[in-house]
Design a protein around this ligand. Structure first.
Ligand code: AP5
Ligand code: MG
Length: 190
């Protein structure tokens, strides 16, 4: 099984690129952001707990997302692997993922990291706000907090995956087609 971490700051293009990646490599796309938004929409207890955190641009607790990912690993079959979009997002989550995979003698195949500068994050999210209506895209101060949270808690994962020899950086500046071709040229090697 392949386990790809799809990494990058808010608005980098993770969700945009995931569709063609799962199709080409027969993967299951697991986006913790999308899973949490479905819980909110369904009004579950978990959704109620996550709502205020997400709408303020803060992370939900590690145990919550770790539990969601582990449950999906157990319940999903018939794929070549998983594309983890937006997970892990803290060192603790990365360590929890490593422990989950150790149980089946597996490892993270690669961390595919889509990088864009902070200035482009604001532009991309402002554009998406006019199309998708995501609650955490609507207010500039919330987007600022998501960027701050990314730098403080998520960016250290770059070193984590570099040290593990799993880090693959993709330039996320360019058209959607250009970025997709860069991703494919890296992933075709695995
Ligand atoms: P999540 O849903 O993961 O949001 P995010 O990481 O902030 O990332 P985005 O979905 O905003 O960006 P993206 O990279 O998918 O960009 P997209 O492809 O849409 O998480 C939301 C919240 O949930 C978190 O803040 C947190 O509270 C919680 N959460 C989730 N996971 C968690 C975890 N593991 N631990 C704790 N809490 C967690 O692209 C953006 C826009 O740009 C689109 O309009 C797109 O059309 C456009 N675009 C994309 N590529 C290009 C391009 N090349 N050129 C021009 N436009 C482009
Ligand atoms: Mg996304």
């Amino acid at each position: 099984m392949k386990y790809y971490v799809l990494f990058g700051p808010p608005g980098a293009g993770k969700g945009t690129q995931a569709g063609s990646m799962v199709e080409r490599y027969h993967l299951c796309h697991l986006s913790t952001g999308e899973l949490l938004r479905s819980e909110i929409a369904a009004g579950t207890e978990l959704g109620k707990q996550a709502k205020a955190l997400i709408e303020a641009g803060n992370l939900v607790p590690d145990e919550v997302v770790e539990g969601m990912i582990e449950a999906k690993f157990k319940s999903t079959g018939g794929v070549n692997g998983f594309l983890l979009d937006g997970f892990p997002r803290t060192i603790a989550q990365a360590q929890a993922l490593d422990r989950m995979l150790e149980n089946t003698a597996e490892k993270v195949t690669a961390c595919i990291s889509i990088m864009i500068p902070d200035s482009l994050i604001q532009e991309r999210i402002a554009h998406r706000a006019t199309i998708e209506g995501r609650a955490d895209d609507a207010r500039p101060e919330v987007v600022e907090n998501r960027i701050k949270t990314y730098h403080a808690k998520t960016e250290p994962l770059i070193e984590y995956y570099k040290n593990a020899g799993r880090y693959q950086e993709i330039d996320g500046v360019g058209t959607i087609d250009e970025v997709r071709e860069r991703i494919f040229s890296v992933m075709d090697r695995f």
